[in-house]
Design a protein around this ligand. Structure first.
Ligand SMILES: NC(=O)C1=CN([C@@H]2O[C@H](COP(=O)(O)OP(=O)(O)OC[C@H]3O[C@@H](n4cnc5c(N)ncnc54)[C@H](O)[C@@H]3O)[C@@H](O)[C@H]2O)C=CC1
Ligand SMILES: O=C(O)[C@@H]1CCC=N1
Length: 285
């Protein structure tokens, strides 16, 4: 879904087409992306699978309808994306392990679960890559971190990079940094939506209708983000240009600064990091 793309990917199976899986699917089914052999997706719910089967190029299987759904989906796939909840990963890997073709690349999007866990539950001829995308994938504006496993060759990583480039930008980091990356860009859209919610509530409290508040706040976040990216300027400098000396913004910023946002974001991202470490333990719900 990026501006111009012309990419061909080998057969893909996506296990667990929920919020994140479907966001990635929007890139894989975008114009200019060809998945030779098609895309197989699995989901627990038969109703959701029927819905997903309506997407051209997608074959969906429901685990509640067919206990062999995940094994059917991975049979003959060159790339298998694991997009179920972290706690479900070990059982899923045990389920599909003997149905994978040698050389298959298993791409995890699961928060916290380590390459070591994946590699220990899969045959030695299976390649593992960890990733951390985010939901702006739906509009082709994801930022995805990718990290190689111990059996990953440069070509494997390039293939995974081109897969995630169908939904936005890709950053390669060592696995030791992937959980930290998740606390910034993986969870980051939620932090932004929380700020949008709070500013919208302030607008409504000042007498604007919900629709007016939506236009004012969404437009401001979009405009500010585009200005930041298009100008390439330091956000502190862009903020300074809004903040007229002795003006109104200065008063607002004084109030916000008293909340010590840098410390608050350090605490928030530390909490997310601690949770990722908990999720690394395969039995953590
Ligand atoms: N939501 C997000 O912004 C992000 C999520 N992730 C990761 O993506 C994974 C999924 O998260 P969400 O999409 O938010 O959760 P979700 O609950 O929306 O999706 C999980 C999906 O897995 C399906 N499922 C459960 N058991 C299954 C099984 N045995 N076989 C096949 N499908 C099965 C469910 O039907 C559901 O659709 C998690 O591991 C999470 O850490 C990673 C980056 C961002
Ligand atoms: O909240 C979560 O666990 C996932 C990982 C990053 C965003 N959502």
């Amino acid at each position: 879904m990026t501006d111009t793309q012309n990419v061909t990917l080998p057969t893909i199976a996506m296990l667990g087409a929920g919020s994140m899986g479907r966001a990635i699917l929007s890139g894989l089914t975008a114009p200019g992306v060809e998945v030779a052999g098609g895309i197989r997706v699995t989901n627990r719910s038969a109703a959701r699978a029927a819905e997903l089967s309506g997407i051209p190029g997608v074959t969906a299987f429901a685990t509640e309808k067919d206990g062999a759904a995940n094994r059917l989906a991975v049979d003959g796939a060159a790339i298998v994306i694991v997009a179920v909840k972290p706690a479900m990963v070990p059982d899923l890997l045990r389920e599909i392990s003997s149905s994978l073709n040698p050389g298959t690349i298993v791409v995890s999007v699961a928060a916290g679960v380590t390459v070591a866990t994946f590699e220990s539950l899969l045959p030695e001829n299976i390649v593992v890559v960890r990733s951390m995308p985010n939901t702006p994938a739906v509009v082709g504006k994801a930022v995805t971190g990718i990290s190689p496993g111990t059996r990953t060759e440069p070509d494997d990583l390039e293939l995974v990079r081109s897969l995630f480039e169908t939904v936005g930008e890709v950053v390669e980091v060592p696995e030791s940094q992937l959980d930290a990356l998740s606390t910034i860009s993986g969870s980051g859209p939620a932090y932004v939506f929380l700020l949008v919610e709070a500013l919208t509530a302030a607008a409504v409290e000042k007498g604007f209708t919900a629709e007016q508040a939506r236009i004012l706040v969404n437009g401001t976040f979009l405009g500010a983000s585009e200005l930041l990216v298009a100008s390439g300027e330091d956000p502190a400098e862009l903020r300074r240009r809004v903040t007229s000396p002795k003006g109104t913004t200065e008063r607002a910023i004084e109030v916000l600064a008293s909340a010590d946002l840098p410390t608050l974001f350090t605490r928030a991202t530390d909490a997310a990091l601690a949770r990722a470490r908990e999720l690394a333990a395969p039995t953590t719900p």
